[in-house]
Design a binder for this molecule. Structure first.
Ligand SMILES: NC(=O)C1=CN([C@@H]2O[C@H](COP(=O)(O)OP(=O)(O)OC[C@H]3O[C@@H](n4cnc5c(N)ncnc54)[C@H](OP(=O)(O)O)[C@@H]3O)[C@@H](O)[C@H]2O)C=CC1
Ligand SMILES: Cc1cn([C@H]2C[C@H](O)[C@@H](COP(=O)(O)OP(=O)(O)O[C@H]3O[C@@H](C)C(=O)[C@@H](O)[C@H]3O)O2)c(=O)[nH]c1=O
Ligand SMILES: [Mg+2]
Length: 288
């Protein structure tokens, strides 16, 4: 199988490259080779690629910045997936695309199913929902996988931000009233390769197992990092309310996703987030 990967330098893009099975070949394009704000660039990249599947791991992921930069977020996350779907369909290429828990408003009290009503609270969430819709209209067979709270040993993510702040400060304050599921990019990439091998289509939810608040996640980063020698001591970590950590973007209070359809296709659950976090931080120690 030949697979074209867009967003090759992001957290998920790197994990997809690392998890590439021996019997697959990968054409990995970064922003310089395929710019999702430029329709001609997207069309050319897809027309020139002889492949069976395309995975779109490129996105505008700066949630707060998107509030004041909505037009670009909208083009990259909302419009480009439609260009991708149309070009891929024309070339007979299957598409896998990644979306987010932030398409939901967080007012639910039980895990969101793939067909639960969406209602994004942020410009980023609106742009990602628009991307799902545009891709689905262009290519009804596309595979859309919503995930959440992604982290990796390289890149910009909450656990690495926490690790840096814990080294710099005596106290950090973290919101305890937003609940979701942290997800190691490696879990997502391994699962995506398997969903592709199974010829999956439609919308599915895929995160690591278990739930946490951002505060729980920060506490876990502290404990795991201390045990691995990445942190000399644990600073004071204070749970706070969302209103005490003002940000430009609103985030869902609850964004746990129901993963049962993906788990059925995969033949079992994904690892618990705590185990995945430990494995991610082990990789940080190996890189240091
Ligand atoms: N990170 C998270 O917590 C979550 C992510 N997702 C989704 O998962 C997918 C992968 O995210 P993740 O790997 O974490 O994100 P990253 O931000 O790590 O990677 C995204 C990549 O897309 C690239 N990119 C941005 N703009 C463009 C553009 N105009 N043209 C081409 N490439 C571009 C970025 O390049 P550059 O670095 O140069 O900007 C970056 O390499 C995205 O669809 C995201 O919405 C879903 C839920 C949670
Ligand atoms: C840095 C920091 C953040 N926070 C809060 C702010 C926010 O509510 C929460 C997470 O902040 P971040 O900006 O790191 O995370 P954020 O970029 O919002 O993460 C989201 O990214 C996009 C791409 C997604 O798709 C989502 O699934 C989700 O992973 O933690 C604190 O409470 N204390 C802190 O010191
Ligand atoms: Mg962020």
């Amino acid at each position: 199988m030949r697979l074209l990967l867009l967003g090759a330098e992001g957290q998920v893009g790197r994990a997809m490259r690392a998890a590439c099975p021996a019997d697959a070949s990968l054409i990995a394009l970064g922003r310089d080779a395929c710019d999702l704000s430029d329709e001609a660039s997207v069309r050319a990249a897809i027309a020139n690629a002889e492949c069976d599947w395309l995975v779109n791991a490129a996105a505008y992921t700066a949630v707060d910045r998107a509030e004041s930069d909505e037009a670009l977020a909208r083009t990259v996350n909302g419009t480009a997936p439609g260009w991708i779907g149309a070009a891929a369909r024309m070339a007979g290429i299957r598409v896998a695309h990644i979306s987010t828990d932030f398409v939901f408003d967080g007012s639910a009290g039980t895990p969101y199913r793939p067909d639960s009503p969406t209602n994004p609270l942020s410009a980023y969430g609106r742009s990602k929902l628009a991307g799902e819709t545009a891709l689905h209209s262009a290519d009804p067979d596309a595979l859309i996988v919503r995930t959440s709270w992604v982290h990796a040993a390289q890149g910009s993510n909450f656990p690495l931000t926490m690790l840096r702040l814990m080294r710099e400060r005596d106290e950090i304050r973290v919101v305890a009233d937003q609940t979701g599921s942290p997800t190691w990019a490696t879990t997502l990439a391994d699962s995506l390769w398997r969903l592709i091998a199974a010829d999956a289509s439609g919308t599915h939810h895929l995160t690591d197992a278990g739930i946490a608040s951002w505060y729980d996640l920060a506490m876990a980063v502290a404990e795991e990092a201390l045990a691995l020698g990445l942190l000399p001591r644990i600073p004071t970590i204070t749970p706070i309310a969302t209103e005490d950590y003002p940000t430009p973007a609103r985030r869902p209070a609850y964004s746990v996703l129901d993963k049962s359809s993906a788990w059925a296709l995969l033949g079992g659950p994904t690892p618990h987030w705590r185990l995945s976090l430990r494995n991610m931080l082990k990789e940080v120690t190996e890189r240091a």
